[in-house]
Design a protein around this ligand. Structure first.
Ligand code: C2E
Ligand code: MG
Ligand code: MG
Ligand code: MG
Length: 284
């Protein structure tokens, strides 16, 4: 009896595993075609200066317009694309498209200070020997000044990796800026901050979420902001949803903020509208 149950469980387990493996195989095949079929698009989320609420930049965030499944969020395909290294080809498209759009905004608003664009770059992209050349080519082809591009990397992607470190230095030499994304979530090594050539830290959303209710989260947010100031890094707080969170983080010294309080990620045209409105208010 026990044996039979054991066997039944084993069969159920493998069936479930089999289903999962074939679903992933389908996803991998579809991802291969998605770049050629032009199924990806970028949304942009405003990044504002906390002192006065001015729009300073945007983060580009990928979406997959799947022919059957509709709009697929990144959490459902980026982790797979990282494992298969398909993220390298996808990321090349993202980089080019984000630079093109940011350069277009500069032309659309020639008299306004340029917006910077943040582009997420995953570990396998950072270890791709062609990344620096791809970035240089994207800047040259679109005419975007290097200083208007911020590449967002996570701690796990850069931790203890000689090649990633060399790549980041080469990107800095191009004039591109670097941000350490989701800061505080990985096994944050303080030593990393001394050697990692980043310009800014992005405090992870998980700390912002409970900053007004959990004192331990608030303590981490405080420490990160003090560290950023001491090391001359810029600081961005992600995932701000309430005015209370904004006020607290501004008080802690965070320079920039990003979150649903201002806007969800939106299509490029919406950013143009926001900008037009902001500039009209500023000159009226
Ligand atoms: P991330 O780089 O940390 O991006 C911030 C995520 O937080 C975005 O989710 C954004 O929509 C979400 N967010 C922003 N403000 C708020 C808020 O106030 N509340 C809540 N609940 N969420 C907020 P999204 O667009 O689903 O992207 C998830 C992750 O997927 C990104 O995290 C990034 O790691 C990855 N990703 C997105 N686009 C790309 C890309 O082009 N390339 C690569 N390699 N990764 C990407
Ligand atoms: Mg990011
Ligand atoms: Mg983040
Ligand atoms: Mg994240």
């Amino acid at each position: 009896e026990a044996k039979r149950r054991g066997k039944g469980q084993w069969i159920a387990y493998t069936n479930e595993m089999g289903a999962r493996i074939s679903a992933e195989a389908v996803l991998i095949r579809e991802l291969d075609q998605a770049v050629e079929r032009d199924e990806f698009s970028l949304l942009y989320q405003p990044i504002v200066r906390l002192s006065d609420g001015r729009l300073m930049g945007v983060e580009s965030l990928i979406r997959w317009n799947h022919p059957v499944r509709g709009l697929v969020p990144p959490i459902e395909f980026i982790p797979v694309a990282e494992r298969t290294a398909q993220i390298v080809a996808i990321g090349r498209w993202v980089l080019r498209e984000a630079c093109r759009q940011a350069a277009a905004w500069t032309r659309e608003f020639p008299d306004a200070p340029p917006l910077y664009v943040g582009v997420n770059v995953a570990g396998p992209q950072l270890r791709d020997p062609n990344l620096v050349a791809d970035v240089a080519a994207a800047l040259a082809a679109t005419g975007l000044p290097a200083g208007s591009l911020t590449i967002e990397v996570t701690e796990t992607a850069v931790l203890d990796d000689e090649q990633s470190h060399a790549t980041m230095l080469a990107l800095r030499t191009l004039g591109v800026k670097l941000a350490l994304d989701d800061f505080g979530t990985a096994a944050s090594s303080l030593g990393l901050l001394l050697t990692c050539p980043v310009n800014s830290l992005k405090l992870d959303r998980s700390f912002v979420e409970s900053i007004t209710t959990v004192s331990r989260q608030a303590a981490v947010a405080t420490a990160v902001s003090q560290m950023a100031a001491a090391l001359d890094f810029g600081s961005v707080a992600e995932g701000i949803e309430t005015a209370e969170q904004r006020d607290l983080l501004r008080g802690l010294g965070y320079e920039y903020g990003q979150g649903y309080l201002w806007s969800r990620p939106v299509p490029a045209e919406r950013i143009s509208e926001l900008r037009t409105h902001e500039l009209a208010v500023a000159t009226s």
